[in-house]
Design a protein around this ligand. Sequence first.
Ligand SMILES: Cc1cc2nc3c(=O)[nH]c(=O)nc-3n(C[C@H](O)[C@H](O)[C@H](O)COP(=O)(O)O)c2cc1C
Length: 155
Amino acid sequence: MPISTNKFKKTLGSFATGVTVVTTSLNNKPYGLTVNAFSSLSLEPPLVLICIDKKSESNKILKQSKIFAINILNKNQKHLSKIFSDSKNRDRFRGVKTSKKTTGSPIIVNSLAYIDCTVIKIISAGDHNIFIGNIESLNNKNLDPLIYYRGKYLG
Ligand SMILES: Cc1cc2nc3c(=O)[nH]c(=O)nc-3n(C[C@H](O)[C@H](O)[C@H](O)COP(=O)(O)O)c2cc1C
């Protein structure tokens, strides 16, 4: 049975997720995009994965930089989710406080958690690439999460 885009989006959107901003750095320039296709993958070794649209600018950059940080947003960072998913905005880091941990990917200050990774494998799957990251460092804070459900932010 053919799967309609509309039904795919509605049904998959029924799975409530957190929201992350995936950042990277190439030639000292920061890049980032909003991502909710993120998953824990393996404990030993510690691995995570993100799914990135092959058509996106970020896909091109991540393939070259081979590093990324997952910044899990807290409930007061909805504006960051919007900024980092705005395809027309090419100055997404303006006014965003960041630091660096292990890989040099920007770590967004005050996020709920960060996971700093080096890319160990890229798997092509349909119109997305799966980037598997080995966790180099990570930390979390005791804050409430930003939740995305059926195309809307909860709370
Ligand atoms: C809540 C939310 C989740 C998103 N999740 C993903 C995702 O998992 N993978 C992806 O490739 N794009 C995702 N996007 C879309 C990108 O953030 C958006 O297309 C962005 O403009 C891509 O930036 P770029 O063109 O600079 O790479 C998401 C957008 C929103 C609002």
